[in-house]
Structure formats: structure tokens, C-alpha cells
Design a protein around this ligand. Structure first.
Ligand SMILES: Nc1nc2c(ncn2[C@@H]2O[C@H](COP(=O)(O)OP(=O)(O)O)[C@@H](O)[C@H]2O)c(=O)[nH]1
Ligand SMILES: [Mg+2]
Length: 366
């Protein structure tokens, strides 16, 4: 049995690829870094030859890639993909309680350009929990974004059950520059908890004390505890300067307020055929890795803050691996909140605890 890798890692076409054929028996792999026993230049192969060899590789390692992507020796991030893993991720969300005791629920604000998949992410997380694809009337195509109001969605373990500690909040899309879409002052009013549920965003009427339902003194639980930038993997290389400036500006201001932030990269099924077939290959190809790097750059965060997801957009039933990718993103969002609030909230009461007291203040806005 042989294991084939692309030695010419950046080459986007078969004809320019160099294939190395490496023995893959356990003893060989354990003994030393695999050394090729034969090496072929792509130009020497027919397309069928290379496909055959990759099939061998697929059988060996369950890892494939598109032409234009790079075959790697394994995923660059590890996720477990069994139903048991999906169920335990789900259970973790159901039983999640914020480490900061004064925080009853974690309110997550989804920010991003129109059509990036913010509303679909909410539907998808609900779909995962209900075990069936949920159809909410919040998805639609419109240049400036379909969502015009602040709408917060509780995430329940099942329909009719009591909500988990996670609430996902949808808002008007970010625009191109400062004159369109969600403005920074309006976003900050939402984040600080002043904007009432259902508030309709209007560029000519910024959120202020004159708005109906304005909360002058929001409680900690009215505020936003994490901002999630939602970017479309198909668009991430072509977002305009204006869009990129807006996102970096939001990132800068939110960081100043100590609001944890992560990036969701959606539409990953549309950039890689292999991932379209099965999202468990999401961390094996080079194309998506590059898109994740670009997404991190666009916002100004590191790649470790970026999580690829595939939203439920065309299918009528949920699938285990899509669920896992979505739940994994949710897990990291909740962890980012706990990591941030750990420094602001008192620790859980422990009768034996005599350690130093934490600050009881919270992030600037909270
Ligand atoms: N293939 C695919 N389509 C998606 C994905 N996420 C969203 N969509 C589609 O993209 C379009 C815009 O999504 P929507 O959630 O309304 O974007 P929003 O404006 O950010 O709320 C809809 O047609 C969705 O079905 C995804 O991960 N994969
Ligand atoms: Mg929307």
C-alpha cells in the first residue's frame, strides 16, 4: 500500500505536480519521516495515473483534496468526527454555564457583510439542536442585507425546551465604508445593551435616548458578550477596501472594550469540492487554509480565532459532520467568553478558597 503526497506544495495544476510515492506501513512511518521510494513529475503522468494514485492515498489516509488544493500528510487542525463526538459537543452546549456567575446567558452578536451567512448560522445552530433543518424567515438575498432589525434568538436543546445559555443576535449587515450598513455607533449601542430587541436600524436615526425602548441603564445580561465576524469564504479575497476598513475598525473598537471576538468562515462547501462532499476534509486542503488566513487578516485577528463552518442552506436534513463543525465553532465562541470574563468576575464560591480575590468589575461595556 502506498501513500502519495504532493511534493510541489504550491502547484495548482496536476500537470506541474510532483508526486512522491511513500511506503505507509506503520513500521515505516514510525521508523523515520517517510522518504520517497519513487518520485514522478506531474508532466510524466496522465490525469488518470494521478487519480489512481490519489485513490490509493484516499484509501490509506481518508484524506483527499481538489486539484488546485494541496494534499497534505493529514489535517492541520484535529477534530473528532463520530456521532458520539457530535452528541457530546451538543451536550456541552446544553449544560454550558458561563464561568462568570453573574452572567446568566452569553449574548453573541453576528457581524458581517450582507449575504455572508449570519442568519443562516443562527438557523444552522438551531437545526443542529433540533436534529432537523429549521426554516426561519430570516434568510434572503438583498444587496444591503435582508436583516434590518436587532433580533436575538435563544438556542434551545429541543423545540419547547428551556433555552441554553447561548443567545445569537442578528443585526443589519456591515456596509462598504462608513455610509452604508450598520454604523459603529449603532453597533456599540447594541453591544452596550442600549438597543431594544426588534430595533429597526435606520441610517438617519442613530440609536440614542430618544429611541423607543432605549435602555439607559442596561444590565450585564442585556449586553453583548462576544462579537463574531461572519465572512464568506468565496468572497474573502475580494472584499473591498471599504469593507475591510469597516471590519478592522469594528475589531479595533471592540478590542478596546475587551469584547472577545472570533471569525466564522462560511460557504466553505463552495470553495472546495472535497469539502462540499464531506466537511470533515475542511482542515486538509491548502485553499481553505489560505482563505482562513485571509479572513484573519481582513478582521485583524490571528488564524486561531477563525473557524470554518458550513451552514445548512440547501439540504433538508442535518448531517453529523456538518453539525460537528458548527458545534465546534459554538464551543470556541463560548470558550472565548469564559476566557475573557475570567479576569473580570469573581471565581465560583468555594468554602475552602482563601486565594486572592478577583476584580469584580467587568469589561468596559459590561
Ligand atoms: N452553500 C452555502 N450557502 C450558504 C452558507 N451560508 C449561507 N448561505 C447562503 O447564502 C445566502 C445568504 O445567507 P444569509 O444567512 O441570509 O446571509 P446574511 O445576510 O449574512 O444573514 C443564503 O442564500 C444562504 O442560503 C454556507 O455555508 N454554504
Ligand atoms: Mg441576515
Amino acid at each position: 500500500m502506498y501513500f502519495a503526497t504532493l511534493a510541489h506544495a504550491t502547484c495548482p495544476v496536476w500537470s506541474a505536480c510532483k508526486i512522491e510515492v511513500i511506503p505507509i506501513s506503520d513500521t515505516d512511518r514510525a521508523a523515520s519521516p517517510a522518504s520517497p521510494i519513487s518520485s514522478l513529475e506531474g508532466g510524466e503522468m496522465t490525469r488518470n495515473d494521478s487519480v489512481d494514485r490519489f485513490c490509493v492515498w484516499i484509501n490509506c489516509r481518508m484524506c483527499i483534496s481538489d486539484a488546485g488544493s494541496v494534499l497534505r500528510t493529514g489535517p492541520w487542525r484535529i477534530l473528532a468526527w463520530t456521532e458520539k463526538d457530535r452528541d457530546s459537543l451538543k451536550e456541552n452546549l446544553v449544560s454550558f454555564k458561563p464561568a462568570c456567575q453573574s452572567l446568566k446567558r452569553v449574548r453573541v452578536l453576528l457581524l458581517g457583510p450582507a449575504g455572508s451567512g449570519k442568519s443562516s448560522f443562527i438557523n444552522s445552530v438551531r437545526s443542529v439542536m433540533y436534529g432537523r433543518v429549521v426554516l426561519l424567515p430570516n434568510i434572503g438575498i438583498s444587496a444591503e442585507g435582508f436583516t434590518k432589525r436587532l433580533k436575538c434568538y435563544d438556542i434551545r436543546s429541543e423545540r419547547g425546551e428551556k433555552p441554553t445559555a447561548l443567545t445569537l443576535c442578528d443585526v443589519l449587515a456591515l456596509g462598504d465604508g462608513e455610509t452604508t450598513g450598520l454604523t459603529l455607533p449603532d453597533a456599540l449601542a447594541v453591544i452596550k445593551g442600549h438597543a431594544p430587541e426588534g430595533h429597526k436600524f435606520q441610517s438617519e436615526a442613530p440609536i440614542d435616548a430618544k429611541c423607543a425602548g432605549y435602555r439607559p441603564e442596561p444590565s450585564m445580561n442585556d449586553k453583548i458578550h462576544c462579537a463574531v465576524f461572519v465572512l464568506d469564504a468565496c468572497q474573502v479575497l475580494t472584499y473591498s477596501e471599504g469593507q475591510q476598513t469597516t471590519m478592522r475598525r469594528f475589531h479595533f473598537e471592540l478590542s478596546d472594550l475587551d469584547i472577545p471576538q472570533v471569525v466564522l468562515l462560511t460557504h466553505v462547501d463552495q470553495v472546495c469540492h472535497t469539502v462540499q462532499e464531506d466537511v470533515k476534509f475542511v482542515y486538509t486542503g491548502r485553499i481553505l487554509q489560505e482563505k482562513m488566513q485571509k479572513a484573519a487578516e481582513v478582521v485583524g485577528l490571528s488564524v486561531s480565532h477563525v473557524f470554518p463552518v458550513k451552514n445548512y442552506s440547501s439540504e433538508l436534513s442535518v448531517s453529523c459532520n456538518t453539525d460537528i463543525l458548527l458545534l465546534n465553532a459554538v464551543h470556541h465562541i463560548l470558550q472565548a467568553v469564559d476566557d475573557t470574563f475570567e479576569d473580570y468576575c469573581p471565581p465560583s464560591p468555594s468554602p475552602l478558597s482563601t486565594g486572592p480575590q478577583h476584580s469584580t468589575s467587568t469589561p468596559v461595556t459590561v
